[in-house]
Design a protein around this ligand. Structure first.
Ligand code: C5P
Length: 288
């Protein structure tokens, strides 16, 4: 039996470029792994089966962890038990995290000896965010987000995540982003890594990082879930150094000055289902 712990991510810069012919967008996507973890336990079975302690996770063959097992060794069986802490459809790459954990767990359980690079390559075929869940830390993703380069950081950043009821569909949020751009005549520009963001990360400068956070999907997520606007405002009023929708939402992320500040913001936030604190960067999927 092998258990793998895998982190959630928040996007510090999510710059969405033009829509490609394959239906994806070219991105500059600065991923940051935070200390909200799922655990996936793999054990022997004669078929691929998934069990999960969260009712909203699909358990069939479209489950990303099941697809990871199939992709790694077609025809082999495994029982995958997912213990969820990462919000489901929350914009924190929870499904991708479970796929990454399943890759690491099955590789060990089945003694396949695949290298981290080989797992990242298979991960990239499963979803744009899977390679980062294997890598962890802070990294810039280009292409669909699957081509990764680690980014220099100093120290630890403290976050508050405002969890919402229900999820948002990632394809729908990207579609809304395209629709808004078409309606406003705003051309999608070819994105590049934000220099102020990279400097703030390298310096471990939380106030500067707070001012440099950017998410091109945010207007689309707010259009689909109007209440997010108020949640972001509330966090700013409580003194957050930065506030943004995490990925395609609906989770909102707030950067705090330190852990005490994060706790204060989390306790005071009212416009969300639950507020949790976490820190980053943390490592990617690891066997525990
Ligand atoms: O790769 P992943 O399965 O996470 O992508 C989910 C959906 O998000 C895609 O089907 C696509 O609609 C959208 N997407 C995109 N451009 C990306 C990544 C995702 O349009 N770079």
């Amino acid at each position: 039996m092998i258990t793998v712990r895998v982190p959630a991510k928040v996007n510090l810069q999510l710059s969405v470029g033009p829509l490609r012919d394959d239906g994806f967008h070219d991105l500059v996507n600065v991923f940051h792994a935070v200390s909200l973890f799922d655990e996936v336990t793999a054990s022997e079975s004669d078929r691929v089966e998934v069990v999960c302690d969260h009712a909203d996770v699909p358990l069939g063959d479209d489950n990303l962890a099941a697809r990871a097992a199939h992709a790694l060794a077609p025809g082999r069986g495994v029982r995958l038990e997912i213990s969820k802490n990462i919000p489901v459809a929350g914009g924190m790459a929870g499904g991708s995290a479970d796929a990454a954990a399943a890759l690491v767990a099955c590789n060990a359980l089945w003694n396949l000896g695949r290298t981290p690079g080989e797992l990242m390559e298979i991960g990239g075929t499963l979803g744009s965010d899977v390679p980062f869940a294997l890598l962890g830390g802070t990294a810039v993703g280009t292409g669909r987000g699957e081509h990764l380069t680690p980014v220099d950081t100093s120290g630890t950043f403290h976050w508050v995540f405002a969890l919402a009821d229900g999820g948002l569909s990632t394809p729908q949020v990207y579609g809304e982003c395209d629709r808004i751009r078409e309606a406003t005549g705003e051309a999608a520009v070819w994105p590049s890594l934000s220099e102020p963001l990279a400097k703030a990360l390298a310096d471990g400068n939380a106030p500067a990082l707070g001012g440099a956070l950017v998410n091109d999907l945010q207007p689309a997520a707010i259009m689909l879930r109007r209440s997010l606007h108020r949640t972001l405002e509330e966090g700013r009023e409580l003194g957050a150094l930065g506030a943004l929708v995490s990925g395609s939402g609906p989770t909102c992320a707030f950067l705090a000055a330190d852990e005490t500040h994060a706790r204060e913001i989390a306790v005071a936030l009212t416009g969300c289902r639950e507020a949790v604190i976490a820190h980053g960067p943390v490592p990617g999927a690891v066997i525990v």
